[in-house]
Design a binder for this molecule. Structure first.
Ligand SMILES: Nc1ncnc2c1ncn2[C@@H]1O[C@H](COP(=O)(O)OP(=O)(O)OP(=O)(O)O)[C@@H](O)[C@H]1O
Length: 310
């Protein structure tokens, strides 16, 4: 086991949370300086930069190294990609995005002070992640991978001016609720084939299928209450063949994870999953659009070390 690199590295995405992340960073920097915590900070200049910065930091040392995202789920997802070749990587995140499901469901800290204490304690564990392949491209997810209305919402949230406004009034996740209500009336659910560890399920009128590595998605919805970070499995939730009113009930009950009791909200668990849509549907990975129509995913057990509050 290598020694610990005492420096805390921060990668700030100045665009996260519609640019509210810089406020978070200024607050954090003050605390670090007043407590004489040795740290270095890097700022991302474009999409994909967090991945390269992570790899650069890690290739300069062979000691256990803590790198912290100051951003949202997209930022820590990029850092994961950069960190995977380096077994001495230990990742963490300060919630500075819109949804922040990584901090909510994996790291489980509330607020900056609690997160900073965790980083300094250096309590960490290896967790499972998901790997996917779609249209010849592969990638990884820590939170979830979904096809259907959830991906439509992610895509629209990215473009929406409302997201900026909601972030400014610290209600970033409300945008997902509003866009969901809009999608209810515009999205056309189609047939999908779902294969879980070789078992085929043909589903009609599918609103979405989500492969979840942790309980939360969409900025705090408890989509997969049974997901565990160390079980070597992924959970799958499929919502299909359901009338509009019942779908609204799904949306309300998902806030506490009660939606699984509703008919045609099916859940599965497995290690290798394939999804194929017989129309056209977008695919999201940790909230970013990565493809459409067809995807294969698999769990990678105990693949990355992250700082975790038990
Ligand atoms: N300097 C930059 N300019 C433009 N985009 C950037 C820059 N740095 C990072 N990005 C991109 O910003 C996107 C959004 O980042 P992130 O997901 O962390 O924030 P968010 O969308 O506000 O939060 P969440 O995903 O939790 O809702 C990512 O796709 C990332 O690649």
């Amino acid at each position: 086991m290598p020694n610990l690199n005492e420096t805390l590295y921060f990668i700030v995405n100045p665009r996260a949370g519609n640019e509210t992340s810089m406020k978070v960073w200024k607050k954090v920097e003050k605390v670090l300086k007043s407590n004489a915590v040795h740290h270095e900070v890097f700022f991302t200049a474009e999409k994909g930069h967090a991945s390269r910065l992570t790899a650069e930091i890690l290739s300069g040392t062979d000691r256990d190294t803590r790198i912290i995202a100051v951003g949202g789920d997209g930022t820590i997802n990029e850092m994961l990609k950069g960190a995977l070749p380096f077994p001495h990587a230990i990742l963490g995140s300060l919630a500075a995005g819109s949804g922040n499901d990584y901090v909510r469901g994996i790291q489980k800290t509330k607020g900056v002070a609690q997160a900073l204490r965790l980083f300094q304690d250096n309590a960490h564990k290896a967790i499972d992640i998901g790997q996917y392949e779609t249209d010849g491209m592969d990638g990884y997810f820590m939170n979830s991978l979904g096809m259907g209305i959830d991906a439509e919402i992610s895509a629209e949230a990215d473009r929406s001016r409302l997201k900026k406004w909601f972030n400014l009034v610290k209600a970033g996740k409300l945008i997902y609720l509003i866009l969901f209500l809009k999608q209810l009336f515009t999205y056309k659910p189609g047939s999908m084939e779902l294969v879980v560890d070789g078992e085929i399920h043909m589903l009609k009128k599918v609103w979405f299928i989500v492969i979840a590595n942790q309980p939360y998605f969409g900025g705090g919805m408890k989509i997969s209450p049974q997901s565990k970070l160390h079980d070597g499995r992924l959970n799958i939730i499929a919502v299909h063949d359901i009338a509009l009113l019942k779908l609204l009930a799904v949306f309300i009950t998902v806030l506490w994870g009660g939606h699984l009791k509703i008919k045609n909200v099916d859940s599965f668990s497995g290690k290798m999953i394939k999804m194929k849509n017989h129309g056209s549907a977008k695919i999201q990975s940790d909230g970013e659009i990565v493809g459409k129509d067809q995807v294969a995913a698999a769990v990678l057990t105990d693949k990355i070390r992250v700082m975790i509050k038990d």
